[in-house]
Design a protein around this ligand. Structure first.
Ligand code: ADP
Length: 172
């Protein structure tokens, strides 16, 4: 069974096979972690994203993911996923859980052994931190037995509050 760990840090510096980007459906960058990843990765990543065909839900529909190269980042791949905008409805947790599950399924397909997740939807998308962490951890624990190539999942928290929540929940 894979290791699940939490650190406080910047996802753009993680030396893992793949980092996950909390993108938006255009996949062309934005604020928060998306902006940080595109700044650090450079033009190559942007151009690769531009080539992803646009469907009805944009380049990447909510809850789905798209794998690209990583430009100048120290990882090998970026898995772009689009989280839900928190509205308080029952569908939010399903879509957020789908993000984590689909990223792990994509990682398995790519033969990825180590990956890092940001706290998807907890920035401008407004998902309450504890609820989002519970969904994230449950989804990862649920799918990991089906993605045996993935040996390490690292949650990268950008602030202490998120870090403490993950630390507490991962002990359970
Ligand atoms: P969303 O639109 O999915 O809410 P945001 O980028 O606004 O995405 O926020 C998602 C999470 O990413 C937030 O918890 C934010 O603090 C965190 N974050 C922002 N920059 C970084 C970074 N460089 N590394 C890791 N996490 C980051």
């Amino acid at each position: 069974m894979a290791n699940i760990e939490v650190i406080m840090g910047d996802i753009t510096t993680q030396k893992v096979d793949a980092i996950v980007n909390a993108a938006n459906s255009t996949m062309l960058g934005g604020g928060g972690v998306d902006g940080a990843i595109h700044r650090a990765a450079g033009r190559e990543l942007y151009e690769e994203c531009l080539k992803v065909p646009e469907g009805p839900g944009g380049r990447c529909p909510r809850g789905q993911c798209v794998v690209t190269g990583a430009g100048r980042l120290p990882c090998k791949k970026v898995i772009h996923t689009v989280g839900p905008v928190y509205g308080g409805g029952a569908g939010d947790a399903k879509v957020l859980g789908d993000c984590y599950r689909n990223c792990l399924v994509a990682a398995e397909r790519e033969g990825i052994e180590s990956m890092a997740f940001p706290n998807i939807s907890t920035g401008v998308y407004g998902y309450p931190l504890r609820e989002a962490a519970e969904v994230a951890i449950n989804a990862v624990r649920e799918i990991l037995p089906k993605t045996p190539s993935v040996k390490l999942v690292r949650f990268v928290c950008f602030n202490r509050e998120n870090y403490q929540i993950y630390e507490e929940l991962l002990k359970r």
